[in-house]
Write a protein that binds this ligand. Sequence first.
Ligand SMILES: *[C@@H]1O[C@H](CO)[C@@H](O)[C@H](O)[C@H]1NC(C)=O
Ligand SMILES: *[C@@H]1O[C@H](CO)[C@@H](O)[C@H](O)[C@H]1NC(C)=O
Ligand SMILES: *[C@@H]1O[C@H](CO)[C@@H](O)[C@H](O)[C@H]1NC(C)=O
Length: 444
Amino acid sequence: MLHLLRSAVALALVATVSHAALIVPGATWTDTAGKVIQAHGGGILKVGSTYYWHGEDKEHNSGSFRAVSCYSSTDLATWTRQTDALTPQSGTSISSSNIVERPKVIYNTKNSEYVMWFHSDSSNYGAAQLGVATSKTPCGPFTYKASWQPLGAQSRDMGIFVDDDATAYVLYASDNNQNFKIAKLDSDYRNVSSLVSTIAGSTLESPGIIKRNGVYHLFASHTTGWAPNPNKFFTASSLSGPWSSEADIAPSGTRTYFSQNTFDLPLGSNGIYMGDRWRPSLLGSSRYIWTPLSWSSGKPQIVWADVWNLDISAGTYSVVNGTSYEAEAGTIGGSAKSFSDTGFSGGKGVGYLGNGGTLSLTVQGTAGDHWIAIYHANGDGSWRNTTLSVNGGSSVSIDQPDTGSGHVVLSVPVKVTLKAGSNTLLFSSGQTNYAADIDKVIVY
Ligand SMILES: *[C@@H]1O[C@H](CO)[C@@H](O)[C@H](O)[C@H]1NC(C)=O
Ligand SMILES: *[C@@H]1O[C@H](CO)[C@@H](O)[C@H](O)[C@H]1NC(C)=O
Ligand SMILES: *[C@@H]1O[C@H](CO)[C@@H](O)[C@H](O)[C@H]1NC(C)=O
């Protein structure tokens, strides 16, 4: 009896913890086996109450085709890797020396099959094709069908949208990425049947669409290679347009919080922006930037949250609040310096960290694992890193993406173990280079 009671309590605790579906944009996101999730340029498919996330496996840190992975989840936060949905086939356009990017899977009722669309290309991106594969199950393995140029023109970064009437559309960058196109699929979802809309000269890629109150909201980035840019939205009452002029989905200086749109998921009355924080020098360490979208201004805007909680059944989200600690309030050591900058909270930050320069911050905690977000700025166009030691423990290295010109401040999350009461966070740099300037730290 006592044992039963104990296990019931233990189960209740586990259930409580796993119910908190926390999403931490930019974190090292691991699956239920503890491995870093490899599903870049991905898309989400919902089957019943299960979500499937198909994406590019880039564990080999290369742009060439390794696999289209497939993960499943019921809360969009806890993901279990399933069998690979698509793997290289030698002698075809999807061999391991080719490019397979941005896989998106939709379900075709007519044929009772799942259809995967993807950007199919040669290693120098010269082929510029769409690819299609089909399967009877969400994770496949899918059977590769063909790669071709839709309606005889180029197609590179793409997305898929299925309308309320089950008509599906492919959205793609065409004509040397100059013209953005929307084309209708046939009733099998296996081929393109007609061009619906062209946004000429728009240089858009990596698109997604959310339809809300009868209005189509097209999300897309511009074309700056792996580097981030301010992603945009356009609206229209018909997929054939006319499309509105472009508008930002996030403060433009943040370059979409250093991310590129890959999929836009309707959820409740809001929706989720899903982006990639590409790291071209180490592609498999590219991170996922998933944020809530707010429409309270009448326009879709990214809600920045270091940590947020998703209630999938209610279709609602809540931003988790933390406690903020300004860098300039800490103890500065060695050559580190505090400086004034109106772009920093409190009007100040701390720089020259590394090369002997250190910053020590005292933060309050409860015993256990916590997410902390380190707000930094690094305008020189290259990634930096800082080391962090908690309470004198071993140092971890934290990557700090460049934050663009104008001393824009961005945050990077890291999970640390705190003790109850006061804790010491010591920032330094293990390298001879300097770390980024630090604005503040938020403990969640
Ligand atoms: C798509 O349709 C076109 C026009 O009918 C045809 O030429 C082409 O072979 C089809 N492609 C595939 C992959 O079925
Ligand atoms: C977080 O703080 C904001 C602003 O103070 C508040 O509106 C919100 O309710 C808080 N969220 C939670 C989950 O406590
Ligand atoms: C930290 O950044 C420097 C370049 O600024 C790089 O050489 C070094 O490899 C990075 N360290 C880690 C652990 O990523």
